[in-house]
Write a protein of this length. Sequence first.
Length: 126
Amino acid sequence: MSGWTSDELTAIGNAEELELASRRDDGSLRRPVTMWVVRDGDDLYVRCMNGPDGAWYRGTRTRHEGHISAGGLRRDVTFADSDAGRDLDDRLDDAYRAKYHRYGPDIVGGVVNPGARAATIRLVPR
């Protein structure tokens, strides 16, 4: 079980964008970053289009904790490694393409590529 309620999964999963702020070593929150979010079953995922070298992604590696806001909800979260295998990566690629197709393949390609796949985070509520 993911820990998300059905209503939370629906609200966040259907949100166009998600605001993510990771925690610094001192416990304070970094400035929020806006990104896309997709749902796979009972889990929510985000990806860094700049891959593991992206600034906000590196920030999530400090404490693996932060705060999100999306779909009218705010939650403290843990940033978990996606443990993505090829099947999950493919499903997430499909979810990004389906949800954000109106932006076109060049824009969606920013989160549907090997680098972004390597910087996939599963959001776990705290």
